[in-house]
Design a protein around this ligand. Structure first.
Ligand code: F6R
Length: 610
């Protein structure tokens, strides 16, 4: 789960690479490094910790050279240290790597016996040695990389340069993401598009087993076996500014505020209001008619979106839905009957557990489809082979804590449920029209919740010293309680639990003590009366109730210490709206506690290891 950038061209590589790495820091940030070629020699700078440490080092001792590679690391093999930071070198070969070489121990042993000396504990260094050995046999860089790649297995995106091949980089993609950027007399390789967006919008998403040889003028694509392949050049419409903080203190805050726009983008072109039609572009809707059961496969926040999706699909399409943690699904013997649709939900499209579960479901006979944010990602490509991908179009999400991806996933699920319900004849045009009209109002309604930012920040200030919190909800707001708790714990490091409020009496009520903050989702459409009862129970035990309620609620003010109102709306829109105060609360608590909001400890944006 690291970030890679490679550059060949006429400009100095160092700054382009460091800037690119800055956009990839979300992929991991325990150390970083850059290497360039100058006059047939490799020059490397590496530093432990955040990228700023490397940037400072480069200020003191800059690197010159117009061919270079860089890396920001999230340790898998070998502790975070300067020796283990990438790039790794061997006999003039330099490698940066994202992923895991699974047979590294056997290869290390073999290479040691052959007299090779290792400078790090990483699996990556093995690859540098393998390429060096193949190069010693007189192979070109591309052939040497190809031969070395044939010896390793696992998940890897690799970029390799060699001292005798200035102006050439070779990239390989197996189960970890790698994109090629095509500029004017320059080319790039990177783990993700934002790293190169300042320089080009023309990118090629490499596919499984692809190898790219890039020079300033030319990009040559082959399979790892050497057969030529043709991949489309896609023009990315994200502006570099979209990937910047845009005046907010943190990416997370910016991304929370982008949600009305993101939801509008999710809906764009998919709503035929007059005719009561939903257009699920990229999805073979006709084939959803014969689906008898949906199995959602997802992790973390995306799994919570799946729980909301279950209610939506069961309601509107009348198809039973199971929501599975992808990390559990394939380690039992799941029953996949004919007519099962495996629906992967993933922001990054690269989550290893979700990808593996989707493949497993397909092997067991399920049809597959995905809801993804990242164009051309591994999960998206897997789904494109069958029923297709419904993209959320939320734009790049940089903050590690998912916000806009989550809400757009819910909206995409809503659209899917309506499209499926209509295709199956369960909904008539009028019912779809009514829902779509409501959905189209969602961005405006969201703006009015975001207007309460200052009030929510004030409530957050009262929670800074707290040790534990509870989030309670019912119906479709139960997944929002889970999500609210996840958001708070992952960025503020305060212990938080999400519960279905009706379950409180079966255990968690024992946790309630004087002043425990209990965030109660008490909206009109999801178990309102029962929630009032639960709130009384919390109050009776001294808990401090922070209610998320619906505008116009006359009772809640006298029951809760604090109330955050969301606008009146149909009950199916409540989860998307109620998620916003939870996100803002978590954000302001974390910010108030001075944590690293965008890069919380121990976490990375896309989890490409199992
Ligand atoms: C939490 C968060 C994670 C992700 C999970 C799945 O804020 O972002 O729980 O939701 O790692 O990631 P994707 O959606 O990329 O598959």
């Amino acid at each position: 789960m690291c970030g890679i950038v490679g550059y060949v061209g006429n400009r100095q590589a160092q700054d382009i690479i460091v800037e690119g790495l800055r956009k990839l820091e979300y992929r991991g940030y325990d150390s970083a490094g850059v290497a360039t070629l100058l006059d047939g020699r490799t020059h490397v700078r590496r530093a432990v910790g955040k990228l700023s440490n490397l940037a400072n080092l480069l200020k003191e001792t800059p690197l010159v050279g117009t061919t270079g590679v860089g890396h920001t690391r999230w340790a898998t093999h070998g502790r975070p240290s300067e020796e283990n930071a990438h790039p790794h070198t061997a006999d003039g070969v330099t490698v940066v790597h994202n992923g895991i070489i699974e047979n590294h121990l056997a290869l290390r042993d073999e290479l040691r016996k052959a007299g090779r000396v290792f400078k790090s504990e990483t699996d990556t260094e093995i690859f540098a040695h393998l390429v060096a050995l193949e190069s010693a046999r007189g192979l070109s860089l591309a052939d040497a990389v190809r031969a070395a790649a044939a010896r390793v297995h696992g998940a890897f995106a690799l970029v390799v340069m060699r001292e005798d091949s200035p102006g050439v980089l070779v990239g390989v993609k197996v189960a970890s993401p790698l994109v090629v950027g095509i500029g004017d007399d320059e080319a790039f390789l990177a783990s993700d598009v934002p790293a190169i967006l300042a320089h080009t919008r023309r990118v090629i998403f490499l596919e499984e087993g692809d190898m790219a040889v890039i020079t300033p003028q030319k990009v040559t694509l082959t399979t790892l076996r050497g057969e030529p392949v043709d991949r489309p050049v896609r023009v990315i419409d994200w502006t570099p500014v979209m990937a910047e903080k845009g005046g907010h203190k943190h990416f997370m805050h910016k991304e929370i505020f982008e949600q009305p726009r993101a939801v509008a983008d999710t809906l764009r072109g998919r709503v035929g209001r007059e005719e009561g039609q939903v257009f699920l572009d990229g999805v073979k809707v006709e084939e959803l008619k014969s689906i008898k059961r949906v199995v959602v496969l997802a992790c973390g926040t995306s799994w919570h979106a799946g729980l909301v999706g279950k209610a939506l699909i069961e309601q509107f399409a009348h198809v039973p839905v199971d929501v599975e943690l992808a990390s559990e699904f394939r380690y039992r013997e799941p029953i996949v009957e004919p007519g099962t649709l495996a629906l992967a939900i993933s922001q990054s499209g690269e989550t290893a557990d979700t990808l593996a579960a989707l493949k497993e479901a397909r092997n067991l006979g399920a049809r597959v489809m995905a809801i993804c944010n990242v164009l051309g990602s591994a999960i998206a490509r897997e789904a494109e082979k069958d029923l297709g991908v419904l993209y959320t179009h939320a734009g790049p999400e940089i903050g590690v804590a998912s916000t806009k991806a989550f809400v757009t996933q819910i909206v995409a699920l809503h659209l899917m449920a309506l499209g499926m319900g209509r295709a199956r004849g369960h909904l008539d045009a009028q019912a779809v029209r009514t829902e779509l009209q409501a959905l189209s109002r969602l961005p405006k309604l969201m703006e009015s919740v975001l207007d309460d930012d200052a009030q929510i920040a004030a409530i957050a200030r009262t929670m800074l010293g707290t040790r534990d919190t509870l989030f309670l909800g019912r119906g479709m707001c139960f997944p929002i309680a889970l999500e609210g708790a996840l958001k708070l714990k992952e960025i503020s490091y305060i212990h938080a639990e999400g519960y279905a409020a009706g379950e409180m009496k079966h255990g968690p009520i024992a946790l309630i003590e004087h002043d425990l903050p209990v965030i109660c989702l008490v909206t009109q459409g999801n178990g309102y009366d029962k929630m009032l009862g639960n709130i009384q129970e919390v109050r009776a035990r001294g808990g401090r109730v922070i209610a998320i309620a619906t505008d116009g609620d006359k009772q809640i003010g006298s029951l809760a210490q604090d109330v955050i109102y969301i606008p009146q709306c149909p009950r199916f829109l409540e989860p998307a709206l109620a998620a916003l105060p939870c996100q803002l609360l978590a954000y302001h608590v974390a910010d108030g506690r001075g944590t690293d909001v965008d890069q919380p400890r121990n976490l990375a944006k896309s989890v490409t290891v199992e």
